[in-house]
Design a protein around this ligand. Structure first.
Ligand code: ADP
Ligand code: MG
Length: 243
């Protein structure tokens, strides 16, 4: 299996606040990594450094063999291959659902409008929203909006998707539909890093669970290891609070 993401001694500071204190991680093709950890431990910052929404202070990030610090690397091309799904869906409310999904491929000249529309209809079907093509985002529930956001990400044909707490802004009854879409993607072989506290999802879908605290990866292992027999005291303490 080839390596999709390789991170070496990654550090990130904001002023004197060191948020990432030397992370090492390798994510292989088709792998699903779930990241858990207390609020403020640096999970979002970590995901944002992977597609250069944040510039690391030190360390190395290699995406699909491309060192992000190499000036010859076309960062836009690399970034297009890394989908991101956020807690707040960031849809354009003045556009229809279909237009939201079509927007990037058309604007970046990847597809004609006609092809992008066909593709968007197909993707909306995949996330269970085939009847919402012409709807405005305001008319959708949070769970539906998040599924549109996932379809929009898929429209760019990413090689990997980073999810930052995709269900934590949703009413409980909406969470299942979003997780079901994510499960389907995982089963189809998408490489994913998912920051989530949905332990059921982690147990069922994750190949590996990473516990992060204070800017360090404290512990990682298979879900049954981390949830069933955590070795690190901080992991135990955290799991006791949320389980
Ligand atoms: P998590 O996602 O695990 O809750 P974050 O990565 O959001 O953690 O935040 C980790 C730390 O980095 C926090 O102390 C936060 O205040 C700080 N931080 C995050 N983004 C910024 C920023 N843009 N500027 C300054 N500090 C930031
Ligand atoms: Mg966060």
């Amino acid at each position: 299996m080839s390596t999709k993401i390789e991170v070496q001694n990654l550090k990130k500071s904001y002023g004197s606040n060191e948020v990432l204190k030397g992370l090492d991680l390798i994510v292989k093709d088709n792998e699903v990594v779930v990241m858990i950890g207390p609020s403020g431990s640096g999970k979002s910052t970590f995901l944002r450094t992977l597609n250069k929404l944040e510039e690391p202070t030190a360390g190395k990030i290699i995406i699909d063999g491309h060192d992000l610090k190499d000036p010859r690397v076309n960062m836009n091309q690399v970034r297009e291959k890394i989908g991101m799904v956020f807690q707040h869906f960031n849809l354009f409310n003045n556009l229809t659902v279909g237009e939201n999904v079509m927007l990037s491929p058309v604007e970046l000249g990847k597809m004609s409008k006609a092809d992008a529309e066909l593709e968007a209809r197909e993707l909306l079907k995949e996330v269970g929203l085939e009847d919402k093509f012409n709807a405005k985002p305001q008319s959708l529930s949070g769970g539906q909006k998040q599924r549109v956001a996932i379809a929009r990400t898929l429209a760019m044909k990413p090689d990997m998707i980073l999810f930052d707490e995709p269900t934590s802004a949703l009413d409980p009854e909406m969470v299942g539909d979003v997780l079901a879409v994510m499960k389907k993607l995982a089963k189809a072989g998408m490489t994913m890093i998912v920051v989530t506290h949905e332990m059921g999802f982690a147990k069922e879908v994750a190949d590996r669970v990473i516990f992060m605290a204070d800017g360090h990866i404290m512990e990682e292992g298979k879900p049954e290891e981390i949830f069933g027999n955590p070795q690190n005291e901080r992991t135990q303490e955290f799991l006791n609070k949320i389980l």
